[in-house]
Each structure stands twice: as C-alpha cells, then as structure tokens.
Design a protein around this ligand. Sequence first.
Ligand SMILES: [Fe+2]
Ligand SMILES: [Fe+2]
Length: 276
Amino acid sequence: MDKAVRGLTTEELMDLAIEMAGQTQFPADSRIYFPGKDIKKILFGIDIGVAELLVGKQLGVDCVVAHHPDPSVLTFPDVLDLHVDLAVKNGVPENEARAAVDAMRERNAFVRHSANYDHVPSFARLLNMPFMNIHNPLDEIGRQRMQEAVDAHCNHGSTVSDVVKALYSLSEFTGAPTKIEVRMGKPDSPAGKTVVVHGAGTNGGAALARLYYRYGIGTVVYIHIGLGEFMKLKGEFPQGKNLIISGHIASDAAGINPFIERLECMGIEVIRVSGL
Ligand SMILES: [Fe+2]
Ligand SMILES: [Fe+2]
C-alpha cells in the first residue's frame, strides 16, 4: 500500500459520508461508539456484533464500521422524519405524512427504549477497537442512485417491469442472490409515477405507501417490507397501484459501495463482510 496514505478519524469518515449524500447534519441513526484516528484499514459490514469486532481485532484493522445502527442509538426515531420530507416532495400533504410518521416514531421509540443501550459498544471499548455505524447518509446515496436509475430508463409509458429493469441497471441487483420482487401489481401494468421510498430509517409500511398511492404515485419501491404491513396494504386492494420490493441487502449495498470505493481511492483498505 502507498506509504503516503493519510489515515482518517472516525469523525472524518462520518463527514465524508454526509458530504457524499449531499447532507449537512449528523445523522440521527448513526453513531461513533468508540472513536479512532489514523484509520487506514477498515472492516466494513452491514451488521456488526461483538464477534465481528473480535474478527476485526484479529485481522488488525484500525476501525470496524457497521451500516445498521446498534440498538443503543436511541435517537433512531428522529431519522423517520425524513419520510415526511420525501412524501411532501412527492405530493403528499404534510399533515397526513406527519400523522403516519408519528405513529411509526412511537412504535420505534418503544422498541429502542427496551433495548440494551450498551452491549456491543462496551466490547468495542474493552477491545480498544474504534467502532461506528453509518446508516442514513449511505441509504440516501442508495436512494439517489435507485431513483436516478428509474428516472433515466422510464417515462410516462413505462410498465412495472420497465422499472424493475431500470433498477437492474445497478450491478448490486444483478449480483444479488435476492431478486427484485413485484409484490403488488403486474409486470405489464402501467407504472405511473414511481418513487423510491428509501433513506429514512426504514420502510414506510402500509401507512406511507397508502398515502403515496392516494396522492398520485403509481409505483412505490421499498427495499423491504414486513409481511404484516404487506398484508394490510394488499388487503386494501389499491386499484392500479404497484409495489416493488428491491431487496434489503442489495439495496443497502447500492448505497454503501460508492462510499467504500471512495475510501479505496484514498488508499484506505476496506475488508468487506456481512453482505458487502
Ligand atoms: Fe440501509
Ligand atoms: Fe438495511
């Protein structure tokens, strides 16, 4: 490796992701659990636990980076507010988007409140292993790439399968073991206006999809959806509306890969694990 590589701090890693996403604020669903500096070698995975920190130690990395937030990130519900911004930008009235998101926030706050707020981070300190997670900025990069792919390949006459094909222009989807699934609607149905609803903590469930449909969106793309929320939505038989599920890990990778590639261009060695 080039001797001239400048090691980064955990703060600089976070700032770079924020900048690449076109954001300015520290993401509510991301955290530096144990700070580090002069980072030149990273173990990067979508999910990181205690075992993975130990693997990082054994491999001699300078920092372990997760994508998904640790349960200790109690501010996570704040990131769901980004659903309001995205919905409003796509024609949903703010008060209706806000009501749906507030219900999601409350459910999420209950889950976070009961979680162990210092499990994995306590082991990072014990191992003296810098540890952080970068979630929303990387999901935002993925959302932009996915929406740009749809916008570049589709127009007013496009079908649902054209949207699926557009998403497959990203190598993360062609290389994934999961397929892009049309969960609601038919491949030859008109897609209508298509919105990639991603980059706001988690999927918007039935409540957000319902609002997009009500206010003129023909096709919602989620990266994942729980069976309960899907059954609720499907049970409403939204006429002529479509739901595409792009696949969780492939979609996360679509946002993470440009960041890793940027780090590698800077001479930083990145060991990819856990879905990357
Ligand atoms: Fe993600
Ligand atoms: Fe994810």
